[in-house]
Design a protein around this ligand. Sequence first.
Ligand SMILES: C[S@@+](CC[C@H](N)C(=O)[O-])C[C@H]1O[C@@H](n2cnc3c(N)ncnc32)[C@H](O)[C@@H]1O
Length: 258
Amino acid sequence: MEAPINDNYVSGAPSDQLAIDLFRTSWISQIPRPGLEAGTVPLFEDARIDWLVQHRGGFDGQSVLELGPLEGGHTYMLEKAGAASILGIEANTLAYMKCLIAKEIMGTRNSRFLLGDFDDYLDQTTERFDFLLASGVLYHMVDPIRTLTNMARVTDEMFIWSHFFDDRAMPEGDPRRALFTGETIVRERDGKSLTYRLRGYGDSTVYSSFIGGISPGSVWLEKGETIAFLESHGFAVTPSFEHDDHPHGPAACLYARR
Ligand SMILES: C[S@@+](CC[C@H](N)C(=O)[O-])C[C@H]1O[C@@H](n2cnc3c(N)ncnc32)[C@H](O)[C@@H]1O
């Protein structure tokens, strides 16, 4: 009787596509290499990161901490812009593996990815970074005042992209409010306060395509309060890419520097 072929093996000549195909249906990012098929979202050629690189005049020699790199697209862009070191911390095991595959395919050498919760990392680290990237993560936190306070401790310059709660842009009856529980909590730290709007994930957490936070729900902040919080920590804040009509909820980038 012939033994079955072991599932852990591939056949055929080695190729980048074979590595991508390990997680074939789960890729979100388009990989900018001719002939490769992964996802469709241009996260390796993201206009927000292009704006950032242009705004601060590149990243030559800079040390960067990136929260939630997903598949390493922004990591790649910052390395291409000259960053000397980028540490990306990712809690989703599938995303973490894809970061490693993308790193191998794109040939990036100055980035390193760690698997784990960046909030726990931030609580404990004594490291400081020239720059911190927090794209797509703040609205997935359950205690964002903890995250923001730590972010302000480890760096003097950061770029945030996030959804924000906004009663004017997203009034009662707006379908984008459907997952909010209606609960509101005011959290204070160091004499500063932030309003938390509690939101569930619906059934999205059961799918392997889920790329949210590590808890069953999350909290959205208000943009104005978030800016005021950063200003109270000595940052000058420049909003950009403000997008009230974003299909998932009002969104904006905040570039902050002190
Ligand atoms: C919506 S995606 C944003 C990905 C990417 N930064 C971007 O802007 O396109 C959120 C990412 O953060 C990761 N993430 C969420 N909470 C995290 C946590 N506490 N620690 C580490 N990674 C986390 C998710 O797994 C996911 O990869």
